[in-house]
Ligand binder design. Structure first.
Ligand code: SF4
Length: 301
C-alpha cells in the first residue's frame, strides 16, 4: 500500500509552520482519556493488533509508530449507518425487526437504555458539541467512548464501541450484535460462514465486547448468544441502475470468554515491557520492509 502524507504546511502541534513530511512516528503518544494521566486505555482494536502481531502492537500503541494507512471502507460504514437507523426506529417503538421476525425471534428487540452514560471514573459522558450527556446505548456505540471497563485492579482500561445490543424479552438478557458488509456471489450461510482465517477476528471482537458488557452495572443478564448481521451484495442483477442490493443473513455464535483474561494479561505484560517483541513471520508488510531495507542499505553505502 502506497500511502502519502498530505502535502502542505502543518497548522498545529510541535511542527506548526513546517512543511509536511512522513516521519513514521508521532510527536507525542497519549494513552489517557478524560484528563486522567494515571491510566492506560487500550481499545478492542489494540487487542486485535496484539493478537495479529505483538511487535506492531507494541510499536504503534506504546511507542507511537505510524503505520501506512488503508483507504476507509466507506461502503461498509454506510451500510452500518443505515442499519443503525433502521434498528433505531424499532428501538424507539420497542418492536422487533423484520429480519428477527423472519427468524422467529420476534421476542428479541433492539435494547434501549435511557440512563446517563458514565465513564470509568463515574463522570457523565458529555459530547463536546451538544453538551447534553449521552444515554448509555449512544455512548456505547460511539468510537470515542464505547463500553469501558477497568481490567481487574490494574491501571489499564479496556474499551470498544459496539454496533448494537438486542434484548431477549423472554429471558431479560442482552445480546451482542455486530454488522458486517461483504460482496460475494454466494449466499451467506450459518454452515459455512465461520470458515476462513480472518473470521476468528470477528469472534474475538464479540468476545471482547462480551467482557466489557458483563462489567457494566446492569439490571439485565448478558447472554452468551451473539449475532453478526451480515449484508451481502451478490451482484447478480442485470444492471447497476444506481443501486446495490444486499441480502441480509443472521449468523449466530456463542461468545467464548474463558481465554480472554489470560490474553489481556499477556497484552499488558508486553505493553509494560521494555523489550520489543517478536514479529509475525507470516506478515507480508514486514517481509517487504526487510527486502526494501537491503536496497536502502546498498543505496546509502
Ligand atoms: S510482522 Fe512486522 S510489519 Fe507485520 S505487523 Fe508485525 S512488526 Fe508489523
Amino acid at each position: 500500500m502506497i500511502d502519502l502524507e498530505k502535502e502542505g504546511i502543518y497548522k498545529r502541534g510541535k511542527r506548526k509552520g513546517q512543511e509536511r513530511s512522513a516521519l513514521g512516528i508521532s510527536d507525542e503518544v497519549s494513552f489517557s482519556k478524560y484528563g486522567n494521566t494515571e491510566d492506560i486505555w487500550l481499545s478492542r482494536s489494540a487487542f486485535d493488533d496484539f493478537k495479529k502481531c505483538k511487535r506492531c502492537f507494541y510499536l504503534i500503541r506504546k511507542r507511537g509508530f505510524i503505520p501506512p494507512g488503508i483507504p476507509a471502507f466507506t461502503i461498509n460504514s454506510t451500510t452500518d449507518k443505515l442499519l443503525k437507523k433502521e434498528f433505531d426506529e424499532c428501538r424507539k417503538k420497542q418492536k422487533s425487526h423484520q429480519i428477527l421476525i423472519d427468524k422467529k425471534l420476534e421476542h428479541v428487540i433492539p435494547y434501549q437504555n435511557n440512563e446517563t452514560a458514565v465513564n470509568v471514573y463515574g463522570d457523565p459522558i458529555i459530547p463536546s458539541k451538544s453538551k447534553i450527556p449521552y444515554e448509555k446505548m449512544d455512548a456505547w456505540r460511539t468510537n470515542a467512548h464505547g463500553l469501558q471497563a477497568r481490567f481487574k485492579k490494574t491501571n489499564f482500561v479496556l474499551f470498544g464501541s459496539v454496533d448494537d445490543i438486542w434484548l431477549n424479552t423472554k429471558s431479560n438478557s442482552l445480546i451482542l450484535v455486530d454488522y458486517k458488509s461483504q460482496a460475494n456471489e454466494k449466499s451467506v450461510s450459518q454452515e459455512t460462514y465461520w470458515e476462513g482465517d480472518f473470521k476468528i477476528g470477528y469472534q474475538r471482537q464479540l468476545d471482547f465486547y462480551f467482557y466489557l458488557l458483563t462489567h457494566q452495572d446492569l439490571k439485565e443478564k448478558v447472554s452468551d448468544d451473539a449475532y453478526l448481521l451480515v449484508v451481502n451484495a451478490r451482484g447478480l442483477e442485470d444492471k447497476f441502475e444506481n443501486k446495490l442490493l444486499f441480502e441480509p443473513t443472521l449468523i449466530h455464535t456463542k461468545v467464548k470468554f474463558n481465554y480472554l483474561e489470560k490474553e489481556i494479561e499477556e497484552m499488558i505484560k508486553v505493553f509494560n515491557s521494555d523489550d520489543v517483541p517478536e514479529s509475525n513471520k507470516l506478515c507480508k508488510n514486514c517481509a517487504y520492509a526487510r527486502q526494501r531495507s537491503v536496497i536502502d542499505k546498498l543505496k546509502n553505502e
